[in-house]
Write a protein that binds this ligand. Structure first.
Ligand code: SAM
Ligand code: SF4
Length: 330
């Protein structure tokens, strides 16, 4: 079992399989330029599989495939199947913008995917276009959510990043959507990880305010126990026992760093020990130099020792990381 110097067990791996994306969400990517890494910088599928095997043998148990947009990289379904075949991970999940999920959900499920999180930041078509800088994509994302539910990916979680002045007036619409569809709807506080640097504290809607807004809209909630200690979301059900669940993810107003069990692997083969780390730790060089598993394992253990105590977003001297969410893997 991998444990850091603060005694936190590291059990969750987020793997970014690409820095590319077919959306340009205003809270994530820059409006321009593309800024993608050259393809040879990205880990190949066999390199990713080897690293995931090594990390699984080190004790990581949950894996989330992300990006950029993971479903734009050809071969992602086969990669999921190879992850499942490793037999090391109890839980294989993906985070996607849902644009191609309707076509891919059945193959992903058959490959061994357990769960999916779909990002959805507005239920209003024009606003959805404005936030994602796309045209007419909302209906595809909604179809993707439906296909994932119909295909037995369970639970389907829908994630909305709430940005004040952009979509904070839709929180109760989202909650009703979750009730109607029997979904887990998670509201995420906006974090300083956007390429266009629009983040400031006034744009963050704290989780407590979201909860008050839901109660004021006639949707009182009851807290549910966490599934496990390092779960990022505060979980609620509707007080009247209706279907659906609400999650509030509050990294800014109620940081959960003390229970963090995550490390991240970027698409170009770096380990990040925190979303807000100031440094990456390269594994690609070791892999490409033909390092044996024992050497890679020792390097991962050394890196985990350096995991930060927390993100320090709320410190006066906080400095955002040099990589934005699309290049880290959310
Ligand atoms: N493209 C996929 C998607 O959008 O679901 C996966 C990658 S995306 C970087 C992963 C998650 O990070 C998404 O749920 C997205 O909403 C979230 N995210 C991106 N930028 C964020 C920010 N500045 N603050 C909070 N969450 C953010
Ligand atoms: Fe792409 Fe996801 Fe970032 Fe939106 S949040 S730009 S879909 S990576």
């Amino acid at each position: 079992m991998l444990t850091d110097k603060f005694g936190r067990q590291i059990t969750d791996l987020r793997v970014s399989v690409t820095d590319r994306c077919n959306f340009r969400c205003i809270y994530c990517r820059a409006s321009e330029p593309e800024n993608y890494q050259p393809p040879e910088h990205l880990l190949s599928w066999p390199e990713l599989e080897r690293l995931c095997g090594i990390l699984g043998r080190l004790g990581l148990r949950k894996i989330r495939v992300t990006g950029g947009e993971p479903l734009v990289r050809p071969g992602v379904e086969e990669f999921i199947a190879r992850l499942a075949a490793l037999g090391l991970y109890d839980d294989i999940a993906i985070t996607t913008n849902g644009y191609t999920l309707a076509e891919k959900a059945p193959t992903l499920k058959a490959a061994g995917l357990n769960r999916v999180n779909v990002s959805l930041d507005s239920l209003r078509p024009e606003r959805f276009d404005r936030i994602t800088r796309t045209r007419g994509a909302l209906k595809r994302v909604l179809a993707g959510i439906e296909a994932a539910q119909a295909g037995g990916l369970d639970p389907v979680k829908v994630n909305a990043v709430i940005v004040r002045g952009f979509n904070d007036d839709e929180i109760s619409d989202f909650a009703r959507f979750a009730r109607h569809r029997g979904l887990v709807m998670r509201f995420i506080e906006f974090m300083p990880l956007d390429a266009d640097h629009i983040w400031d504290r006034t744009r963050v809607v704290p989780a407590a305010e979201m909860r008050r807004g839901l109660e004021a809209a006639g949707l009182p909630l009851e807290e549910l126990p966490r599934h496990y200690a390092s779960e990022t979301a505060l979980r609620y059900r509707f007080a009247d026992g209706g279907p659906g669940e609400i999650g509030l993810v509050a990294p800014v107003s109620e940081p959960f760093c003390g229970k963090c069990s995550r490390i991240r692997l970027t698409a170009d083969g770096k380990i990040r020990t925190c979303l807000f780390s100031q440094f990456d730790h390269d594994l690609r060089g070791l892999l490409r130099a033909g390092a044996p598993e024992s050497e890679v394992t020792a390097e991962v253990e050394r890196i985990v020792e350096m995991k930060e105590d927390g993100h320090h977003i709320n410190d006066p001297d906080f400095v955002p990381p040099n990589r934005t969410m699309v290049f880290i893997g959310g």
